[in-house]
Design a protein around this ligand. Structure first.
Ligand code: ZN
Ligand code: ZN
Ligand code: FE
Length: 753
């Protein structure tokens, strides 16, 4: 891979061992020729892997003995383009420690310079136009290096030898502060930074241009300011991430263990979800109703400088309105965020590809992606099967990503967001066009979700590929987990999520599948219940409860809390929808079961963002121990295991109403009962199919308590468990699963013909 400082490293190493020769990049490979004393060549070879630069990943080394050519000196041969070869593009990397030290060293010529970088750090993916990677093919082309920078660039012993993003205050990008809403330039350079810091200290909202797009920042301790941001951004309750200077600061706000500290400090610098402390240092409006806080450390020198100046935790959230894509260009940001921000801190290093912050959480079973973007995309992931033709998989509808495949290499796009606006669709199209150009993949096959109404389905059809393959949503979830582990199956899959289109036309979402990459058999699911209002039900948890009640009206007593405060007319409409089966599709959704439980327990009737009720139930359950209530499990005529959760909902409702049990205990009981039923059915399916492995996928597994509980119970029964690791459990992984299925099916179809 280019842009990771590997060739300069090889150069220095060769010099240390007095070896002559050359190093060159050829698409995805580095070719090194050395000659010198045999023992020095041996050492060179050993140190090549041992001391490789932090960003380099060496997959394999092949050694061939050649005749000495009697060369003297060592040189780097410029990369030449081979149009038929593909090569990887590095992801963006947070500022390294060496650059940070220089940034804060008054004697350094880059002291306080917001765009300091070296071969070990800085933007890559977001500024690269084309491969091979060098300055001329990035947006750094606009800045000619000054003599001092050029000297570093040409000095093999310098950390900036061949650093394509090299810059300094004399020659590189610079800062400007703009007024809001007009976007008039008010200050430049250090003054701009100070204006921005003053604005934040006074409780103002700052739109800040970072590496992959704009953030909106505000003092995280200022309740009124955070409220104002929520109002203007039209984001009622969805939690905000908070940026702090270092891990010590993080520990003032949250309980951060060693694993989480390492995640926070990793070069990818993701947002890490951690257990929140009642410190009073963070406004309650930052993450209302939750026991977690999303924290991140500065990823760029600009963020670092700002944090030092403001000297307090800052809310750092995507620069957008509600769920639109983040703003990227300065003019675009002024247009879209002019009514949100009180000022803009911008720079002139253009961004070519949007990239959101990545989000991870640590669970007892290891780190879990909630969003894979900056720092990870566009690094490739290998598929266990090779596709005979180039293909593209377009993903689902919410939390969309796409995946591009050539051979067995898959490039998953960064998180693109929900495809429900024109901006989002344009973002999807633009990113796909960039990926096709960067990786030189012209797809002949398009893979899409089974759902006929998804916008991604229309996008797949519009691509005009020779072949279109549809993959069932939950099959894709399980295939994604299989494929990232290099497996092809068969496996028993537990796919628990909000909604996905089932092959019987109903809404699925709590599915037990026997699956391999080529296909699946549905062997278990939650009993169907009507979902009055369809998609609207995801935002109205009481509607899911009403759907369950429909099958046994005599349980109404236990559901007394579920409809408290709901408008009578709205309730009557929903009841009619169920009775007349109008806009009340049948669903077997685990997400909606969590909603129904939240309503029955009197926790939440209206959700402001996807999964809010489930996240609050998880927060209430905490780490408390729990009792298990039975769920009815029955085998239907076709041999499918059906789980009926109504007895569980009734038990929870009755206990809550009787007032003997705390809602926190009952939330924990709910989790334990679901885990037990899921494991029961999974084990029966394993036994019946003679399978010893279970894969877990689907957005419900963002719930760490449920994930851990099911994982532990399965392992107790000696069942191997595959968890989502390199991609998240949610719909962000669906395109990768589709790609894995598509690769296998395309292979079969091509051999059939
Ligand atoms: Zn650096
Ligand atoms: Zn310079
Ligand atoms: Fe899903």
């Amino acid at each position: 891979m280019q842009g990771v400082g590997f060739r300069p490293f090889v150069f220095r190493l060769a010099q240390q061992h007095a070896l002559a020769g050359t190093v060159r990049n050829t698409a995805g490979e580095v070719r090194i020729e050395v000659e010198g004393l045999p023992e020095e060549v041996e050492r060179f070879l050993a140190e090549l892997t041992a001391w490789a630069p932090p960003l380099a990943r060496i997959e394999r080394i092949e050694v061939t003995v050649m005749e000495p050519a009697g060369r003297s000196g060592f040189s780097i041969i410029e990369s030449e383009d081979q149009p038929d070869r593909r090569q990887s593009v590095p992801a963006d990397v947070a500022m390294c420690e060496a650059c940070r030290a220089e940034l804060h060293d008054p004697a350094d010529r880059r002291y306080g310079y917001a765009f300091i970088t070296c071969t070990d750090c800085g933007p890559r993916y977001t500024i690269i136009e084309a491969v091979p990677y060098d300055r001329e093919r990035t947006t750094m082309r606009a800045f000619a290096q000054c003599p001092a920078c050029l000297a570093e660039y040409r000095t093999p012993t310098s950390r900036r030898y061949h650093a394509e993003t090299n810059a300094c205050p004399a020659c590189g990008p610079s800062l400007t502060f703009l007024s809001a809403p007009a976007g008039t330039p008010m200050a430049r350079h250090d003054d701009a930074l100070h204006r921005a810091a003053d604005l934040l200290r006074q409780g103002g909202i700052l739109a800040l241009r970072g590496m992959g797009g704009f953030h909106l920042a505000v003092d995280a301790g200022d309740e009124a300011a955070v409220f104002r941001l929520r109002e203007r951004k039209r984001r009622e309750a969805k939690p905000f991430a908070v940026m702090i200077r270092d891990v010590d600061q993080a520990r003032l706000l949250a309980l951060v263990d060693e694993v989480e500290a390492r995640l926070l400090e990793s070069p990818e610098r993701p947002v890490v979800l951690v257990a929140r402390r009642d410190s009073g240092r963070v406004a309650s409006a930052v993450a209302p109703g939750l026991d977690t806080l999303g924290l991140m450390l500065p990823s760029t020198p600009l963020h670092d400088l700002l944090l030092v100046l403001v000297d307090r935790p800052l809310v750092m959230t995507s620069g957008n309105l509600s769920d639109e894509p983040i703003a990227m260009g300065t003019e675009e940001a002024v247009r879209r965020l002019g009514s949100v921000a009180d000022g803009f801190l911008v720079h002139d290093r253009e961004i070519l590809s949007r990239c959101d912050d990545s989000v991870l959480r640590s669970t007892p079973t290891g780190p879990l992606f909630l969003r894979r973007a900056r720092g990870f995309a566009p690094l490739p992931i290998e598929l266990p099967a090779s596709s005979p033709v180039p293909l593209v998989a377009v993903g689902a509808e919410l939390k969309n990503t796409f995946t591009l495949v050539h051979g067995s290499t898959a490039w998953v796009s960064p998180h693109l967001g929900d495809l429900d606006s024109l901006e989002a669709l344009e973002h999807f199209r633009a990113t796909l066009a960039r990926y096709r150009a960067l990786f030189r993949v012209e797809p002949a096959v398009a893979v899409r979700d089974l759902h006929p109404g998804y916008r991604s389905t229309a996008e797949a059809e519009a691509l005009g590929c020779d072949q279109l393959i549809a993959v069932q949503h939950h099959h894709a979830h399980i295939a994604a987990v299989l494929a990232e582990h290099g497996r092809t199956g068969p496996v028993v899959g537990l796919a628990f999520d909000g909604t996905g289109y089932g092959d019987d036309g109903h809404i699925w979402g709590a599915e037990v599948l026997v699956a391999d990459l080529a296909g699946y058999r549905r062997v278990g699911h939650l009993r169907y219940a009507p979902l009055p209002g369809g998609d609207l039900a995801a935002r109205r948890p009481w509607r899911a409860a009403l759907g369950y009640l429909a099958s046994r009206p005599e349980a109404a007593g236990a559901f007394a809390l579920a409809f408290r405060g709901i408008d009578e007319t709205e309730l009557a409409v929903a009841q009619r929808q169920i009775a007349r089966r109008i806009n009340a599709p049948l669903a077997s959704s685990m997400g909606r079961l969590f909603d129904a439980a939240a309503a029955v327990l009197g926790v939440r009737w209206v959700s402001h963002y996807e999964g809010q009720a489930a996240m609050e139930l998880e927060a209430l359950a905490g780490r408390g121990c729990a009792r298990e209530f039975p769920l009815h499990i029955e085998q239907t005529a076709d041999g499918c295991w059906e789980i009926d959760p109504l007895p569980l909902l009734v038990a929870l409702g009755e206990r809550r109403l009787a007032g003997r049990h705390d809602v926190r205990e009952l939330a924990a009981d709910f989790h334990a009962s679901i885990a037990r039923a899921a494991v029961d059915v999974a084990c029966r399916a394993c036994e019946a199919a003679g399978i010893g492995t279970v894969a877990l996928g689907g957005g419900v597994f963002q719930n760490a308590r449920l994930l851990w509980s099911i994982h532990r119970r399965l392992e107790d029964r000696n069942i191997e468990v595959l968890l989502p690791r390199r991609l998240g459990p949610n719909d962000g992984a669906v395109s990768f699963g589709q790609a894995a299925v598509g690769a296998v099916l395309a292979e079969r179809r091509s051999t059939c013909v």
